[in-house]
Design a binder for this molecule. Structure first.
Ligand code: PLP
Length: 407
């Protein structure tokens, strides 16, 4: 028998900074589950974990496609009827300078492809801080140094324009704008989009407009709704890729269907778009049968959204009230998506807080340091998707934990 010696297989060094706090906490939760407790997952933005159901006509469309034998590879950019429906959606959103659209395996793949096709070694892109961790994970994977700009909590988590100007260098290629935002729930005003467009024009930056939550807009405390504005509609001349998808608006995160809408001046975006298509071809295609649900989703009945927004509004209000009435906690009211990002004033790290909360109260939220935050501040992210009864009991548990641990 040959003598074998076990050598450890080291992972690539550039992965050292890849963090995905949302899922990393699962290890702590596993300990607690092994002890026989049920953990309430307020950490993952999956509506299907709670009382939200995929609209049946969307499921039927994918099922029919499978029955009809649409089970081979799809064209690399996506099937024509889906591409046409996405162009129609762009028009409805007021995006007048569409140059290309393509379908991906979730917005996660759009992000990966669009960054990979743009950034050379030594260049960077500006990402928001706190961030959605996928962006920094992709950048680390590519060996690109992170260049985060601050979102300003004192200004309802809007991008801090002065910080964008400070952080931009001649090697900066793009800026990421997540609107509505994960993890803060913030929504950008027209004026803010115009300011960002002006910076992009002046410095020749591509804008990655991640608008995956664009149909989940919530009213303010007076009941007024600020409609979502697509960045590309406000700045048709700026090279932009709008990221959209089925996961959140159409309640099918497990299907992995997303897309990119390229807009801006046709000549300016042409070489970049060709680069994206090279990568689209190299990875063959996005999930095929599910693409047949894109047109029925975008063009069919939208009734489920009324119900989804009604539930989210009620749960957001409950969350906000709890934040306002709980010592040591304050929160900018979320205006979109289903996340709240309260600030917490405690004498230890928010990571310790979150881990002990799982161990002692079986409630899982994500620490602000997992998303990046201003030094000296501490936060945690709540996913407010569960029903009111579940949230009320979870919040009572968190409040009690805070009282016992910090008074
Ligand atoms: C801001 C943001 N972008 C992208 C994604 C990834 O979405 P998808 O399921 O389409 O990959 C998420 C998922 O939570 C998100 O919050």
């Amino acid at each position: 028998m040959p003598v074998t010696q076990a050598h450890q297989v080291a992972a690539a060094k550039r992965l050292e900074n890849v963090r995905y706090a949302i899922r990393d906490l699962a290890c702590v939760a596993d300990e607690v589950i092994k002890q026989g407790h049920k953990v309430l997952p307020l950490n993952v933005g999956d509506p299907l974990n709670f009382d939200f159901q995929t609209p049946p006509h969307i499921v039927e469309a994918a099922y029919k496609a499978m029955r009809d034998g649409k089970n081979g590879y799809a064209p690399s950019p996506g099937i024509p009827e889906a591409l046409e429906a996405i162009r129609g959606e762009a028009t409805r959103k007021g995006i007048t300078s569409v140059q290309d659209v393509f379908v991906t395996s979730g917005v996660s793949e759009t992000v990966d492809l669009c960054i990979s096709a743009l950034v050379n070694p030594g260049e960077d892109i500006l990402t928001p801080k706190p961030d959605y961790p996928l962006y920094s994970a992709v950048l680390c994977k590519l060996g690109i140094a992170l260049n985060p700009y601050d979102l300003n909590e004192d200004d309802a988590w809007q991008p801090e324009l002065a910080d964008i100007e400070r952080k931009r260098t001649p090697r900066t290629r793009a800026i990421v704008l997540i609107n509505p935002n994960n993890p803060t729930g913030a929504l950008c005003s027209r004026q803010m989009l115009e300011h960002v467009a002006e910076i992009a024009r002046r410095h020749n930056l591509v804008v990655f407009a991640d608008e995956i939550y664009d149909k989940l807009i919530l009213p303010d405390s007076n009941g007024d709704v600020t409609p979502h504005l697509a960045f590309a509609a406000v700045a048709p001349d700026v090279p932009c890729i709008t990221f959209g998808g089925m996961s959140k608006n159409y309640l099918v995160p497990g299907w992995r269907i997303g897309w990119g809408i390229v807009s801006g001046d046709a000549t300016a975006v042409k070489p970049y778009t060709e680069g994206i298509h090279r990568l689209l071809r190299a990875r063959l295609c996005a999930n095929h049968p599910e693409q047949y649900a894109i047109k029925p989703a975008l063009e069919g009945p939208q009734d489920h959204l009324i119900e989804v927004r009604r539930k989210l509004r009620s749960r957001r209000d409950l969350t906000q009230k709890w934040c306002e009435s709980t010592p040591r906690i304050s929160c900018v009211e979320p205006r979109g998506a289903f996340y709240a990002f309260p600030r917490i004033d405690i004498p230890e790290s928010d990571e310790v807080f979150v881990k002990e909360l799982i161990r002692q109260r079986y409630v899982m939220v994500v620490h602000g340091s997992g998303f990046g935050q201003k030094p000296g501040t501490q936060h945690f992210r709540i996913v407010f998707l569960p029903d009111e009864r579940t949230l009320t009991s979870a919040y009572a548990g968190i409040a009690e934990f805070i009282r016992e641990r910090y008074s």
